[in-house]
Ligand binder design. Structure first.
Ligand code: IPE
Ligand code: IPE
Ligand code: MG
Length: 263
């Protein structure tokens, strides 16, 4: 399947976010992944290739994020997890970390009305310690404002790490064991799933990583344990909804067996 190119910069105008219906691919009914995770990688290389500074690569990513959200809505995706800042990204230079914190806070503030108008329920997955309070405040206000929206849940994974999420779940369960609420030899997979950051969100079906890197870098370790993986060559600022649709098109042709045998 090939898709016409959609100019992602058009998304900077919130009033006209969606494509001409004739170019939206018709995926087989019931086959579209319910939950997609995107590892948005390659901003720094994109900037470097143009003689720009890394932060300009992050700035170039903003309209792409919203083009992908629009494309996910058009395709009928119900949950979209966006890897925005990992628990390992604190290792970057203080100035890049500072930029990414301020930029995340500003994007959420700038775009919340647009997301609300699109029917997006804003969510957050991540750890509180170390994360800027202004980022948490902006996330909490966006989550409150959009909590009744049902078109798509967009999870901003900020100060997120799969291992941190599992360690936090284990600590919460350990507290319940200490308090006598559960018995230590009765810890089940369901109990762990129930203690993740957003226990109501279903497992991730498809993880897309941009920029050609083929690793998962501590993303959705539990939720994506059985996800299909797609490593696409485009640097994130060169992406848009057509890259998402191409991955979905590839996904719908895959055979997911979950350890069973094809009937
Ligand atoms: C992804 O792009 C954005 C974040 C991790 C915040 P990078 O900044 O990792 O870009 P590259 O991988 O260095 O090109
Ligand atoms: C993964 O990208 C994290 C995010 C996209 C937020 P990185 O660029 O940080 O990952 P590595 O260093 O290539 O594993
Ligand atoms: Mg990277």
């Amino acid at each position: 399947m090939t898709f016409e190119h959609v100019d992602s910069t058009s998304l900077e105008i919130p009033a006209a976010p969606f494509s001409d219906p004739s170019i939206i691919p018709q995926f087989p009914k019931g086959k579209v992944p319910r939950h997609i995770g995107v590892i948005m990688d390659g901003n720094g290389r994109w900037a470097q290739q143009r003689g720009l500074v890394r932060t300009q690569g992050h700035q170039a990513a903003e309209p792409v994020v919203f083009d992908i959200i629009a494309g996910a809505i058009e395709a009928g995706v119900r949950y979209l997890s966006l890897y925005t800042f990992s628990t390992e990204n604190w290792r970057r230079s203080p100035s890049e970390v500072r930029f990414l914190m301020g930029f995340s806070r500003d994007i959420i503030r700038r775009r919340v009305a647009q997301m609300d108008a699109w029917g997006v329920r804003v969510r957050w997955a991540g750890r509180r310690p170390k994360l800027w309070k202004s980022v948490i405040d902006e996330l909490e206000s966006a989550m409150e404002r959009t909590k009744h929206n049902t078109v798509i849940d967009v999870v901003f994974c900020i100060n997120y790490g799969g291992r941190a999420e599992l360690a936090d779940a284990a600590a919460a369960i350990a507290n319940e064991v200490r308090d006598g609420k559960v018995s230590g030899d009765r810890v089940t997979e369901k109990m762990i799933a129930d203690h993740l950051y957003n226990p109501d969100i279903p497992n991730c079906d498809l993880v897309i990583r941009t920029s050609g890197e083929r690793r998962v870098s501590n993303f959705l370790s539990w939720e994506a344990a059985y996800a299909e993986l797609d490593f696409v060559p485009e640097l994130f600022p060169d992406c848009g909804r057509t890259v998402l649709w191409r991955s979905i098109d590839d996904y719908v042709h895959r055979d997911r067996r979950f350890g069973g045998v094809k009937k």
